[in-house]
Design a protein around this ligand. Sequence first.
Ligand SMILES: *Cc1c(COP(=O)(O)O)cnc(C)c1O
Length: 417
Amino acid sequence: MRSPVWHPFHQHGLGEEIPLVTHADGAVLFTADGRRVVDAISSWWVTTHGHCHPRIMAAIRQQSEQLDQLIFAGWTHQPAEDLARALVAMMPRPLDYVFFSDSGSTSVEVALKMALGFHTHRGDPRHRIVVMEHSYHGDTIGGMSVGARGVFNRAYASLLFDVATVPFPSAGKEQACLDALERICAQGDTAAFIVEPLLLGAGGMLIYPAHILAEMRKICGVHGVLFIADEVMTAWGRTGTLLACEQAGIVPDILCLSKGLTGGSLPLAVTMATPPIYESHYSPDRSRQFFHSSSYTANPIACAAANANLAIWREEPVLDRIRLLQQRQADALGGLEGNGKIANVRQLGTVTAMDAVSPSEGYLSDLAPALKAAFSARSILLRPLGNTIYVMPPFCIEAEDLAATYQAIGEVIALLA
Ligand SMILES: *Cc1c(COP(=O)(O)O)cnc(C)c1O
């Protein structure tokens, strides 16, 4: 019988085979048909220290025997209290307040609502949101509204709200981006600028320099525009530092974290905010409280998993592992140098990307599924974005498995017309 499961970002009409995974360890997945597959994209950018990390699994087991779930409106539990304090200690000041939710998309929705609430409660209502070209911030209506428009959301365009867009600061065009941001912010009605720091993920692994990020932050500050850093993908070491913002020496007004927050084990997100944003909602007036929740907000088991992740960051040489992976990635990329079938070879921290040179481009080109299938046939999980092939492994990936990943990339691009 055909499976009743309706998969995300998957065209069932193409009849592609869907592998069944039974277990996982480190950077490796094991399938029901006996294959050992290298998870070279960290199960869609979430797994940081590896699948089934013993410390995280132990924390989940332990918490599941004490408290599974709790209403979080007006009630609290120790895993959430511990996590909030640990996050405040680990993230840059003054991101002193932690609001919980359960996915990257909802952390973005929360950030946007906080920003509008902030301006409204201060008696200076502003509604305009500024975004960067090619951005991705999630698949909810708000997340899509602040993300790039295209085939992903064409059918829902009538529901999306208007935003102002600044051009992506590609090499040589940085000033145009800054000028546009300055022009929009100077109009006075802009509530917030939301951006993926240094690396635009779903938009095609596009990298821009740290000094541009710093300039953008400065422009927002001058005009009282809240700066929202969507670090859902870039945080937790992906770009070589705990946060990408660190490399620009900046602190956002609002910070969105999710994917690697639990080490990639359970769904959880936080939106961190500075005191002025919290205080704008703080009042004896109940109509000014922050009106947002979801049923599983701050789930205790997910919080326990996140606490274990933070303990790993505090107590283990995570940045050394990241530096080692960064170097191995650079070496592997060097091996592809001069290959005429790829262009724009790039790296930021533990992430590498390259564009396959092909007459067919764009997300719906036939290239992406063909590449994906060719990698799968070689037992490598890679999922190109259009013609962009990228590698974003868990930090614990074995040298041989990374080598096998690049071996497969070499073989597959050699097959390109
Ligand atoms: C993945 C992602 C999101 C959405 O996160 P979900 O957990 O999939 O809802 C938002 N922003 C960025 C930058 C992302 O990479």
